[in-house]
Design a protein around this ligand. Structure first.
Ligand SMILES: Nc1ncnc2c1ncn2[C@@H]1O[C@H](COP(=O)(O)OP(=O)(O)OP(=O)(O)O)[C@@H](O)[C@H]1O
Ligand SMILES: CC(C)(CO)[C@@H](O)C(=O)[O-]
Ligand code: BAL
Length: 384
């Protein structure tokens, strides 16, 4: 409901690791390690002195960014929705190797969630996010690379200044549309998703003015959308894609994994297993869609059948949304892979609520009752 989204609150600031400091000037890279820079509302720890400032408003961030530019420093922006994990941190590390300053945005963007999606339950872990950023900034300081210098955590009123965000399909407001790219795959199941992503990223890019922006391969269609945004709107920045960070068995890290619980977690690996089976076909020389995808579909069907046959106290059922073999730039389905272009194998499954939860069972956040959408992909590289 727009009224409640409109007033979404600015997160409370942890006082344990970050504190207000007084202004100091910005130095050209690389002399900025172990110092605090700020104008307004800067938050730093006394012992290690992380330099990141937390911004909730646009004008002070713009002023800060302008000063960086005048000092010939470069900004790498890592957009996130918070609930940080190693996937996000890997992007921060990558950004720090290529820029003097890393900006991290934390904003759960309402317009990319459809009206029946999980906006309300999306995990919000502001305090632990700041602790993780402080810890990685400490690591960056010790390696002499770029540092996190700004965390941008705006309210929805700041991000949508004219009209309350509208997640309905007709969508009243100012939006960026990319058709048909945004209607395929993830966009088919989440019809407003990429409109919301492209719109909020355009806003974040305009506000932060980065030289480079960092996105994870885990959300591969999102990376294609962002590259298209940069190309079609002549945005002056490089798009950098970081590899998917995974659990040991291959499950892609995702903020939503906290809802899985152990029963669904163990079965959720089916998606990655299926994609790897398809990848093997490509690696062994197959180029036709049917040849590449059949073992993936067969594996998913087999696991689904196995689960169906289990007692409801033990099973974790799921629905396969899609298993796709698509062109790397358009995300259109392919009948045959052109080796000079390669392809993207991707998939999505919906883990259904846990049936008959058992006493003492580890059910995850939400008691196993929140459906969880898992996505994953493998890039089939062009053959030189
Ligand atoms: N496992 C991962 N490896 C690398 N990058 C990741 C991973 N998970 C997320 N990212 C990237 O981090 C950025 C922010 O993503 P986001 O905050 O939505 O986290 P998420 O884990 O993808 O959450 P969700 O549960 O909504 O999918 C995106 O560019 C996303 O692709
Ligand atoms: C890019 C993004 C931060 C836009 O809200 C989000 O879609 C995400 O976290 O992947
Ligand atoms: N990582 C993509 C954000 C979303 O699913 O809404």
């Amino acid at each position: 409901m727009p009224g409640s989204l409109w007033s979404s609150a600015i997160p409370r600031i942890s006082r344990s690791f970050w504190r207000l400091t007084s202004p100091v000037s910005i130095q050209p890279f690389p002399t900025h390690a172990f110092r605090c820079i700020t104008t307004t509302a800067a938050l730093c720890s006394s012992s290690f002195a992380p330099q990141a400032k937390i911004f909730h408003h646009v004008p002070p961030l713009r002023e800060f960014r302008r000063d960086l530019l005048l000092n010939k420093r470069t900004v790498g922006l890592v957009p996130t929705m918070g609930a940080l994990h190693e996937g996000h941190l890997s992007l921060v590390r990558q950004a720090a190797t290529e820029n003097t300053d890393v900006f991290v945005s934390i904003y759960v963007n309402p317009t990319q969630f459809g009206l029946n999606e999980d906006l309300e339950s999306y995990p919000k872990t502001w305090e632990s996010d700041l602790k993780m950023l402080e810890s990685i900034d400490r690591e960056l300081a010790s390696t002499g690379q770029g540092r996190i210098s700004a965390v941008f955590a705006p309210s929805t009123k700041i991000m949508y200044p004219t009209l309350p965000p509208d997640s309905s399909i007709p969508g009243v407001g100012s939006f960026i549309e990319m058709r048909p790219l945004s209607q395929l795959l993830e966009g088919a199941s989440r019809p407003v998703f990429f409109r919301g992503v492209a719109t909020v990223c355009m806003k974040l890019f305009n506000i932060c003015g980065p030289e480079r922006v960092y996105f994870g391969q885990k959300d591969i269609q999102q990376t294609v959308v962002i590259k298209r945004l940069v190309k079609d709107f002549h945005l002056n920045m490089e798009v950098r894609i970081g590899p998917t960070q995974r659990e040991e068995d291959g499950l892609a890290l995702s903020s939503r994994n906290v809802y899985l619980g152990s029963r669904r977690r163990n079965v959720g690996i089916v998606l990655n297993q299926s994609l790897r089976k398809a990848e093997e076909q490509y690696k062994s020389g197959n180029r036709k869609r049917a040849d590449i995808l059949w073992p993936a579909n067969a594996h998913a069907d087999k696991v689904l059948l196995e689960q169906d046959e289990l007692d409801p106290t033990k099973r974790a059922r799921f629905e396969v949304d899609y298993l796709s073999l698509a062109d790397p730039e358009t995300m259109e389905e392919l009948d045959v892979v052109d080796e000079t272009r390669g392809a993207i194998l991707s998939g999505a499954v919906k883990m259904l609520p846990v049936e008959s939860p058992q006493e003492g069972e580890e059910l995850g956040v939400g008691g196993g009752q929140i459906p969880v959408r898992l996505i994953d992909n493998i890039v089939l590289d062009p053959i030189a």
